[in-house]
Design a protein around this ligand. Structure first.
Ligand SMILES: [Mn+2]
Length: 311
């Protein structure tokens, strides 16, 4: 198989889950991977040089190539929401400049549990391939054309893209939508903007490549677990885990196993100088009292309550 280009992004808050995610993908990959760390032009506002260096070291120690890609978008101008980092807006900006014929863009709140590289074959006539999202009728009604069948809204967590087609068909539109983000009442960051630009012109990606255990379609034998939604396994507290639905509890267990393997890898020869860095990165999210997790989960709860009342 030809070299596969994989782009991901993360700010300081997401460095630890990014590492876990990269590590999981490396454990389930057989071929050559070109890894691209996609960041805004002014990334130093949300990410430290040291953190980028450590991700580069990790990627290279997994025998992948590494490139930092500064994308034409400014972090300082991005709209903020309650719980998601605005750094994810680099996704469409990355497609504006990516030079490979086909690329993958993977969320950092995902892990691979089986071989995933053949995901690239699902791009066909459109600029983007993605799994569809259920229960987005309001958005689809507002943006879709008359008579367009429902179910075209895509989840942006696991994407295959043809950057040249993207540039040709969607670049101008997503930029203008982005400029009026608040006026359009978008909520889900780049995912809403990209859907309003694509309007359903998306090739289907089998749901196995983007199983979201917190909600949505059931998948028998998933390839990628996507911790979409408020509950993130790296911020889990024991109390929270007890309250999870069965699918999520299984998925959180899978995450904990990857974390263990990652820890063992960091303890090993190739990454011994980074041991302390990754230990600290873990502590900053797991924390001795899980304070950060408690605060995060409280915010998530408030967000959910707000959502229910806004319906
Ligand atoms: Mn996600």
């Amino acid at each position: 198989m030809a070299k596969v280009t994989v782009a991901m992004t993360a700010d300081s808050n997401f460095i630890y889950p990014l590492a876990i995610s990269i590590f999981s993908y490396s454990q389930q990959a057989a071929g050559e991977i070109q890894f691209e760390y996609a960041v805004p032009s002014d990334w130093r506002k949300m990410l430290r040089q040291k953190e980028v260096d450590e991700v580069e070291k990790l990627v290279k120690s997994l025998n992948w190539s590494f490139r930092l890609v500064e994308c034409p978008i400014s972090a300082a101008e991005l709209p903020r929401t309650l719980h998601i980092s605005p750094i994810t807006f680099v996704k469409p900006a990355y497609f504006d400049i990516a030079d490979a014929e086909k690329v993958l863009f993977l969320d950092a709140d995902t892990i691979a549990v089986r071989g995933w590289e053949d995901m690239i074959k699902f791009i066909d006539k459109n600029a983007i391939a993605a799994d569809s999202e259920e229960n987005m009728q309001d958005f689809e009604l507002k943006w879709g054309s008359n008579g367009q069948p429902r179910g075209w809204y895509a989840n942006a967590g696991m994407l295959v893209a043809k950057p040249d087609l993207w540039r040709e068909r969607h670049e101008n539109r997503w930029r203008s939508l982005m400029n009026d983000y608040r006026d359009h009442e978008f909520e889900l960051l780049e995912q809403d903007v990209m859907n309003a630009a694509l309007l359903g012109a998306v090739d289907p990606l089998p749901p196995e490549y983007n199983f979201r255990p917190a909600y949505g379609k059931k998948v028998e034998n998933p390839i990628v677990l996507h911790y979409a939604g408020y509950w993130k396994p790296w911020l889990a507290t024991p109390g929270l885990i007890r309250s999870l639905n069965p699918e999520l509890r299984v998925a959180f267990g899978a995450y904990a196993r990857v974390e263990k393997q990652f820890q063992a890898f960091v303890e090993g020869q190739s990454l011994s100088s980074s041991k302390i860095f990754w230990k600290e990165a873990r502590r900053s999210v797991r924390g001795p009292f899980g304070l950060k997790a408690q605060k995060y989960n409280l915010r998530g709860l408030l967000g959910n309550i707000k959502r229910i009342f806004l319906r």
